[in-house]
Design a protein around this ligand. Structure first.
Ligand code: COA
Length: 180
């Protein structure tokens, strides 16, 4: 049982270099991003990465950035039904999200998603127009490793069907029915 008091969130910085070098995930580009780009992107205000620690272990991370969602395809009808007339809408993007292989299926992915939601919701409620939380779900031939199923379980909706690479998905920040 994971206790909330044992979890710590820290924005990434140089002091974390030894932790991030030993982070492992079955999606190698998510390790590469963490090691090679996360700190410099953060210094350049391109993205912000939050590390999740459980006790002394780095268990996962999530990277956020500003983006926009193009209103086309299936979401067109959704926006029309809500009387939203624009062609693009403001969004916060989950640029990367990964849990260390040694800590999968323990609820850390859900907690990282919740963290992203709380930050995006705070911006949307109090600071700046922002309607959606969006992401590109990484696809994997092995369904137990296919993040699309994880995000669907968490009530994200597919924006555009794609079976290889990544599938764009969204969550409406004005909807309360979330599972994370
Ligand atoms: C996707 C990922 C973040 C899930 O993290 P996790 O910590 O294992 O997820 P959780 O333990 O919070 O799981 C929550 C629920 O989703 C389910 N789940 C997790 N991964 C799943 C998958 N690939 N397919 C189906 N269900 C999945 C869990 O079984 C759990 O269901 P339950 O509540 O009914 O028991 C993790 O597998 C990961 O880091 N993958 C590699 C990187 C990646 O693909 N990131 C996404 C990039 S967009």
């Amino acid at each position: 049982m994971i206790e909330e008091k044992d979890i710590n969130i820290e924005p990434i910085s140089d002091k974390h270099k030894s932790f991030i070098s030993s982070f492992n995930t079955y999606e190698p580009d998510l390790k590469d991003f963490l090691v090679e780009d996360a700190i410099s992107n953060q210094n350049n205000r391109i993205s912000k990465t939050f590390l999740m620690f459980h006790k002394a272990n780095l268990v996962g991370y999530v990277t956020l950035l500003c983006d926009s969602l193009r209103v086309e395809g299936e979401i067109k009808g959704y926006c029309k039904s809500k009387n939203i007339p624009y062609k693009t809408l403001p969004a916060i993007k989950i640029g990367r999200l990964a849990v260390d292989d040694n800590f999968l299926k323990k609820g850390f992915g859900t907690r990282l998603l919740h963290l992203a939601y709380i930050y995006a919701k705070n911006i949307s409620d109090n600071h700046c127009g922002c309607r959606f939380l969006i992401l590109d779900a990484k696809r994997n031939k092995d369904s137990s490793k296919d993040s699309l199923h994880f995000y669907k379980k968490m009530n994200f909706t597919v924006l555009k069907e794609r079976f290889k690479g990544t599938t764009p998905m969204y969550f409406d920040l004005m909807i309360e029915s979330k599972k994370f």
